[in-house]
Design a protein around this ligand. Structure first.
Ligand code: UT7
Length: 408
């Protein structure tokens, strides 16, 4: 288990007791916070597809060059999902890794949020596909549409639900298959995006720390600056929408660039002030990985030196809602985050949306517990069996209990 600061919730028996107590009449929180609780990040995981697409390879598809892409964006390569992969499969892999570091079983989850702009379907929600495959039988699940800011929106909602006592454990995933959303003939967009997923598990603690503050913002008047025009109810799919590439990303890059440089700085400062801190208290800024020039401009505005900013977009490009949780995982792997460090995550994206969250990192490196990992593997296998049985049972039910024919 990630050696979390929370000693009040780790035991499954205690969790069961807490659950049962909440179900008794007169118990629960009666709409009020039970007591002051903090939402800590207790698990983290990421998934990146194997296939690497370099700038040089893109230059063979559209009129661009490695030099142009590196100079204007900082991106050198990105990952592309294999044919058998989708947003749900990548989200699932990141989720399993996050449950592993949290040493939590899927049945302990109360909520699953998948922030994505490239869901498997309009519905059912990708989060429900993840819920089923994980076997998270006690969790509610929904997708969150706030484009590249989605993971911060999800983190903020989950943290508040935990702090008020309305739930205990939440899985917040950012997952994207952007390679299937871009027009591979449009050099202004296809060079930017990549695929991947990142996830965190949040849990309650009485110890101060975890998600200290968050700010969320939106300005729908800029919706046309970054959009996928067709495929929704306003412009349903038709042969014309397909041939005109209206199901792919349309972007006014310069306008988005200006919006981003302004809003990153502003959102980060607001979140830090809301947490009662100053920028000097921040060990690491983890910004949405869209363009190195945007990140550098934000760094200048925030007066942060390069070593206090995490950048990995050279290897993955812009993975939209997945970019911040992937970057957080890599920052941890590289030893850039220590217990007690305060981090600012900040994002912006289509909508327009933006947001920032200040996190006080309290989790210690996870301990190896092989038998618990094996137990989880068994639980995942059982989840598959359960899912199939439920499908068969539904089929059988419709066959056995046909509704009586309507009387003439
Ligand atoms: O998650 C949010 C997602 N979106 C973003 O964050 C995007 C923010 N915007 C950007 O990152 C930048 O605006 C871009 C990277 C998209 C473009 O960079 P730019 O420095 O703003 O370039 P530009 O749009 O001002 O274009 C400069 C020139 C143009 O040629 P002319 O009109 O000066 O002759 C473009 O046609 O570069 C040309 N160009 C390219 N050349 C080679 C545009 N894309 C390319 C390309 N390769 N891929």
């Amino acid at each position: 288990m990630a050696d979390t600061p929370d000693t009040e919730y780790p035991s499954p028996l205690r969790r069961l007791g807490t659950r049962l107590k909440q179900k008794l009449p007169g118990n629960g929180n009666g709409g009020r916070p039970r007591s002051l609780r903090y939402a800590h990040l207790i698990g983290w995981g990421k998934y990146l597809p194997e296939k690497v697409l370099t700038n040089a390879e893109i230059a063979q598809i559209v009129g661009t060059s490695d030099e142009w892409i590196v100079a204007r964006t900082g991106i050198r390569e990105r990952r592309i999902a294999a044919e058998h992969e989708s947003t749900a499969t990548m989200a699932l892999s990141a989720a399993r890794e996050a449950l592993e570091t949290a040493d939590l079983n899927p049945a302990d989850l109360d909520l699953i949020i998948v922030a994505t702009a490239s869901p498997d379907h309009i519905f059912p929600a990708t989060a429900c596909l993840v819920q089923d495959t994980l076997g998270a039988v006690n969790a509610g699940a929904f997708d969150l549409s706030a484009a590249c800011t989605g993971w911060i929106y999800g983190l903020s909602l989950a943290a508040q639900a935990i702090a008020t006592g309305s739930l205990d454990h939440a899985l917040v995933i950012g997952a994207e298959t952007m390679s299937r959303m871009v027009n591979w003939e449009d050099r202004e967009t296809c060079i930017l995006f990549g695929d991947g997923a990142g996830a965190v598990v949040l849990g309650p603690s009485r110890k101060p720390g975890g998600v200290l503050s968050s700010v969320l913002g939106a300005d729908g008047s800029g919706g046309d600056m970054l959009s996928v025009p067709a495929g929704g109810s306003r412009m349903p799919a038709s042969p014309e929408t397909v041939s005109n590439h209206l199901h792919t990303i349309h972007m006014d890059g310069r306008k988005v660039f200006r919006f981003a440089t302004r809003v990153i700085r502003q959102a980060a400062i607001e979140a830090v002030e809301k947490a009662g801190l100053t920028m000097d208290d921040i060990a690491l800024l983890i910004p949405h990985q869209a363009n190195s020039r945007i990140i550098q401009s934000a760094a200048r505005g925030l007066k942060l030196p390069a070593e206090r900013i995490f950048v990995n977009l050279d290897r993955y490009g812009n993975t939209s809602a997945a970019s911040i949780p992937i970057a957080l995982c890599e920052a941890l792997e590289e030893g850039r985050v220590e217990p007690g460090d305060r981090l600012v995550t900040v994002g912006f994206g289509a909508g327009l949306t933006w947001g920032a969250a200040v996190i006080e990192w309290m989790a210690k490196p996870p301990l190896e517990r092989p038998w618990r990992s094996r137990l989880r593997s068994v639980l995942y296998a059982l989840a598959g069996v359960r899912s199939r049985l439920r499908r068969w049972w539904r089929q059988l039910e419709t066959w056995l209990f046909r509704p009586p024919a309507a009387r003439p």
